[in-house]
Design a protein. Structure first.
Length: 300
């Protein structure tokens, strides 16, 4: 077991049963990361997420760096226990556990609080930039890189899922995109899981009002918005992000974005017309319903 332990960063995500390992690491207000939906196989989803995020994370930010403390885990005082195998093993286990608790890796899965949803906490990166880069590359190359991951949404901020908390938080959170002189067209998409006390209509109305108050020139556009405000509520945590190219990248669905279509094959985000976007949305709605079935077939 000890010999396999160093691989834990990539293998630790999958759980012993249905859940990723990491009980005690829960999604909570104040975290940033990437919310990923999958089809009935969270263990494979975590593995795919680590692989995909690691690949593009190294490409954009360089290889992950570790502290000197981690590199010297077994360096000091090792000679004292060389003749005592049992003591050396206990010491190594203790050092590994201590290191795991102290370090914050670039990507770390935590309990999301919902079935078929994985949350990867990020450290030292911009989730929206990384996910947009992944989707842009997959959209361009049409190369399929995942089997069980469906949607991958960057989460740039989290707060408590109560209306007053959300209003107070978003007044500052929305500023980089919508506070004058910044402006843009936008839409708000909302999803709640394991939460019954929030009203979809109320949330959208309140958040749209905040965007408008930051700059009256911000306008709603449901066909071809510059920005999509993503609101994902899980239990008592509200996950937020503002993303680009939501329609073009098929609602950030990794299974759909690699499929060819007449509308976006030779287009870039800024050139899509309202009519083209309407067709893309319609096509996406039909195709997305097939994603889950197709993934199941591939996993058989």
């Amino acid at each position: 077991a000890l010999s396999r332990r160093p691989k834990g960063h990539f293998a630790a995500g999958p759980g012993r049963a249905k859940r990723p390992r990491g009980a005690g690491r829960q999604l909570e207000a104040g975290m940033r990361g990437i919310l990923i939906t999958c089809n009935m196989n969270e263990r494979k989803c975590v593995g795919e997420a680590y692989s995909l995020l690691g690949e593009y994370g190294d490409l954009l930010y360089g290889p992950e760096q570790f502290s000197d403390h981690e590199e010297r885990l077994s360096g000091s005082d090792r000679e004292e226990d060389e003749d005592d195998v049992e003591a050396a093993l206990k010491k190594e286990v203790g050092q590994i556990r201590a290191s795991t608790e102290q370090k914050l890796r670039r990507f770390q899965s935590v309990e999301s609080g919902a079935n078929n949803v994985v949350f990867i906490r990020t450290q030292g990166i911009e989730p929206e930039n990384l996910v947009h880069h992944i989707l842009k590359d997959m959209h361009t190359t049409k190369k399929k890189k995942t089997r069980v991951i469906l949607r991958m949404l960057p989460i740039s901020g989290t707060c408590k899922a109560f209306m007053e908390d959300m209003k107070k938080y978003t007044e500052t959170f929305f500023e980089p995109w919508f506070k004058a002189p910044n402006k843009g067209t936008f839409q708000i998409v909302y999803k709640a899981r394991n939460n019954s006390h929030m009203s979809r209509e109320e949330v959208i109305k309140e958040l749209a009002g905040i965007v408008g108050s930051l700059n009256p020139e911000n306008k709603v556009d449901l066909n071809n918005p510059q920005y999509t405000v993503v609101v994902e509520i899980i239990k008592t945590v509200c996950c937020l992000s503002v993303v680009r190219d939501y329609v073009l990248f098929r609602k950030y669905n990794l299974q759909e974005v690699v499929k060819s279509n007449k509308e976006d094959a030779q287009q870039n985000p800024s050139n899509l017309t309202e009519e083209q976007n309407s067709e893309v949305v319609k096509a996406e709605t039909e195709e997305e319903e097939k994603s889950s079935k197709e993934v199941k077939e591939e996993n058989k």
